[in-house]
Each structure stands twice: as structure tokens, then as C-alpha cells.
Design a protein around this ligand. Sequence first.
Ligand SMILES: *[C@@H]1O[C@H](CO)[C@@H](O)[C@H](O)[C@H]1NC(C)=O
Ligand SMILES: *[C@@H]1O[C@H](CO)[C@@H](O)[C@H](O)[C@H]1NC(C)=O
Length: 140
Amino acid sequence: MKLLALELLLLSSACLLCPANSTASVLDRQADALLQWKSGLDGHGSCLNSWTKGTNTCNWTGIVCSTSDDAPGILSISLNSCGISGNLDGFWFAEFPHLQGLDLGNNSISGPIPSSIGRLVDLFDLDLSSNRFSGSIPTP
Ligand SMILES: *[C@@H]1O[C@H](CO)[C@@H](O)[C@H](O)[C@H]1NC(C)=O
Ligand SMILES: *[C@@H]1O[C@H](CO)[C@@H](O)[C@H](O)[C@H]1NC(C)=O
């Protein structure tokens, strides 16, 4: 019994070292989310060409990363006039809790604006103008 308890203790303390919330894993998940959205688009201009797996996400066109450990990950996404056509169904807003800026203006994005955009509690700069959205603006 004592041995089992010790093993459990070791197992749980080992998880203190789990990188679950490290900047790297936050960025990895955000990169996956963005690539997932990109892969579902009907089309896009050259802005998104730099968005490829295995490259530095913070160096992708339109992406600004945080330098603070308190709010790790992507700070803003600026894709104005990028010739994007498709929708936001596959955009996992929940992966971007610290996003402050989102500019998708002047593209050809259609469909509804997902209510999950309300998960962006730090957002203060949002531009969805000049697109083809339908439906109503979600209420928080
Ligand atoms: C970022 O991208 C530029 C080209 O746009 C490249 O020269 C540079 O090496 C890249 N930096 C990193 C860290 O990937
Ligand atoms: C909108 O985007 C297109 C490219 O998709 C560009 O040619 C045009 O100049 C942009 N318009 C504005 C007002 O930025």
C-alpha cells in the first residue's frame, strides 16, 4: 500500500512538469486551430501562404504573438484584404482566450458569425467589415 501511495505521489508530482500551459503548447494548439480553419477555406490570397505546419507561428503573416507569460500565445490576427473566401465555422475561437485584435475586414467570408466569438474576452479591436456574413450579430 505504501508503495502504491508513493507511486501515485510520484505520478502526480511528475505532472507538475507537464507543459500543458506553457507558451509552446498554447501556440502549438493555436497553430493547429488556424491551420484547421485554413484547410477548410474555399480560397485565399498570398497572405496565408506562410501559414504552414512546422514553421514559426509567430512569424506567419498577420500574426502577432504575446511576449508575456501571463497571456501566452497569439495576441492579434490581421488578415485584412487577404482574398479569403469561406466561413468561420471551423474557427476555434475558444483556443484564443487572450486575443486582443482580429481583423478579417475586406474578404469574402460568408455564413454566420459564430457565437463562440464571445469567448474572446480580451478582444478590443475587431474588424469584420466588408465581408459576406449572414445572420445576426451574436449577443454576448
Ligand atoms: C521569419 O520570416 C522571415 C521571412 O519572412 C525569415 O527571414 C526569418 O528567418 C523568420 N524567422 C523565424 C524565427 O522563423
Ligand atoms: C480589398 O481587397 C482587395 C483584394 O482582395 C483589394 O484589391 C482592395 O484594394 C481592398 N480594398 C480595400 C478598401 O482595402
